[in-house]
Design a binder for this molecule. Structure first.
Ligand code: GAP
Length: 488
């Protein structure tokens, strides 16, 4: 059941959101026009962090695994794709409007949040009875029943404070637009709501051209769009977001073994990146989508409770079979080992890049308050930190900036480096802590004499003297993806 955030948890999320904005990670989209709900832009450090996360995922899939290749399919697809996938008919959320405030809500979320209040006050029985009734009504598509539940429970609109509700209606989450310049010829197409279908329709192209043999996977990173009714919790639920999806094609009958393999592999990936085990949990789906024979989420303990970050789904042969039916093109694979033609079964791993970004930010956000010091810093794994090292001459005189810039030249082609010579060294360390730079390299007068510098480590604030000639090797060692891959 959805857990509503306590005031302390909300305060923590607020701190993270303002930190993200103030230090160049995430801004509301088109903010000068007061923003656009559930759409966000990534700033100078945000884009570096997001690119690092995407690259890490991509290399895990396409390099560490030897039987997965990538593709980059278009956002627009033939409209029949979405008929075949089931999105035109059933990618819906139940919505309800309050007639006084004119605000729109997801009817199921209103009931779940109402139930969560009972749960928090200790009345678990009432909470379970409400969520049970809701699940039964949604299953039976009894939208009038859902409305009655909202009215009978006295659920009010938080803006108007009234129960003056419309009927509950199904609302399709796909954004549509027109292709074609002449109105009569124009046809409706959709902005893809998931990247997965771009993989399915290319299954045979990739299998043949990359000479893949089942079992094998196809990975893709790209934008997806959903007209979410409830758009809250910062970048957790966006209308434009990025997915990192991998479809793994297997021999029918072996899918549940592969499902277990992928569930474990993906959980290990999160642990290898440094997410604490107690902050992650698996959630098996009790109610399976019509195309799945097993499904689970990997959930992370966000400031607003445990929520889905990644889904692992055993999708059977539903998608390929349906595309075969709608396109009238065979989607079969000839398996020489068993001398048979079949439509492969599919295990999907699907993670939102933005949700992973939020997990990473929440996990890294550290407020340290001891008697000696009080500071906030972002404890990113060095492999994904947006900036790997800052080169900081302690004064702007005596040739120290020139020496600092020589060090930048040594490092900048392999690492994202910052050079800064203004303000006190303490202030510059603080600024690097706030964006999560693992190494600050101070250049001082001794550097001119013996070519050594001081490295200050972000997490411990400890400092050590090292020769400039060792810098490249040390940073490479600490920031290499290998450090993550070796733990898989
Ligand atoms: N192809 C399967 C699929 O799309 P999903 O559970 O709807 O499954 C997969 O989405 C992942 O995409 C989620 O686990 C989440 O990380 C991300 N995601 C889904 N909707 C999102 C949204 N509105 N904003 C941000 N991320 C979203």
């Amino acid at each position: 059941m959805a857990k509503t955030a306590t005031p302390a948890e909300n305060a923590q999320l607020k701190d993270i959101i303002s930190h993200a904005k103030e230090y160049g990670f995430v801004y509301p989209s088109s903010e000068i026009y007061d923003g656009l709900q559930a759409v966000y832009d990534y700033g100078a450090y945000g884009v570096e962090l997001k690119n690092n996360l995407k690259r890490l995922w991509w290399e895990t899939m396409t390099r560490v695994q030897d039987n997965i290749v990538g593709i980059d399919a278009a956002i627009f697809m033939h409209p029949t794709t979405w008929k075949a996938s089931g999105h035109v008919d059933s990618f819906n959320d139940p919505m309800i409007d309050n007639k006084d405030s004119k605000k729109r809500y997801r009817a199921d979320v209103l009931v779940e949040e109402h139930a969560a209040v009972f749960e928090r006050s200790g009345d678990v029985e009432k909470a379970n009875s409400l969520t049970g009734a809701l699940a039964r009504m949604l299953e039976a598509e009894d939208l009038a029943g859902v409305r009655d539940l909202i009215i009978n429970e006295g659920i009010k609109c938080p803006i108007s404070g009234t129960s003056n509700w419309t009927d509950v209606r199904q609302f399709n989450l796909m954004f549509s637009t027109q292709v074609g310049s002449v109105a009569e010829d124009a046809s409706t197409i959709y902005l893809r709501p998931e990247t997965a279908q771009g993989i399915f329709v290319n299954f045979l192209n990739v299998q043949k051209t990359a000479r893949m043999k089942v079992p094998f996977g196809i990975a893709q990173i790209g934008k997806a769009f959903r007209n979410e009714i409830v758009a809250r919790q910062f970048i957790f639920r966006m209308r434009e977001f990025e997915q990192m999806e991998m479809q793994f094609f297997v021999r029918p009958g072996t899918e549940l073994e592969w499902y277990k393999v992928w569930a474990e592999t993906r959980m290990n990936w999160h642990l290898a990146l440094g997410t604490p085990v107690e902050k992650l949990r698996k959630h098996d789906h009790e109610k399976l989508a019509h195309y799945a024979n097993a499904a689970m989420d990997i959930e992370y303990d966000f400031p607003f409770g445990f929520k889905e970050v990644e889904g692992i789904h055993s999708r059977t042969d539903f998608d390929l079979k349906s595309h075969q039916e709608f396109s009238k093109k065979k989607q079969q694979y000839f398996d020489p080992e068993v001398n048979q033609n079949y439509i492969p079964y599919v295990i999907e791993t699907s993670i939102g890049a933005d949700r992973l970004f939020l997990l990473t930010l929440c996990n890294a956000f550290t407020e340290e308050n001891t008697e000696e010091k009080s500071r906030t810093y972002l404890k990113f794994h060095p492999a994904i930190a947006p900036v790997k090292a800052a080169i900081l001459p302690i004064t702007k005189k005596d040739g120290l900036p020139e020496k600092g810039k020589e060090i930048v030249e040594l490092l900048k082609y392999d690492f994202n480096i910052i050079y800064e010579d203004a303000a006190s060294i303490g202030k510059r360390y603080t600024r690097q802590d706030l964006i999560g730079t693992p190494f600050c390299i101070a250049v001082d007068h001794q550097t001119l004499e013996d070519n050594t510098v001081t490295i200050r480590h972000r997490d411990t604030t400890e400092q050590e003297r090292v020769p400039i000639s060792e810098l490249h090797g040390r940073i490479a060692e600490a920031t290499s993806f290998r450090r993550v891959f070796e733990k898989l």
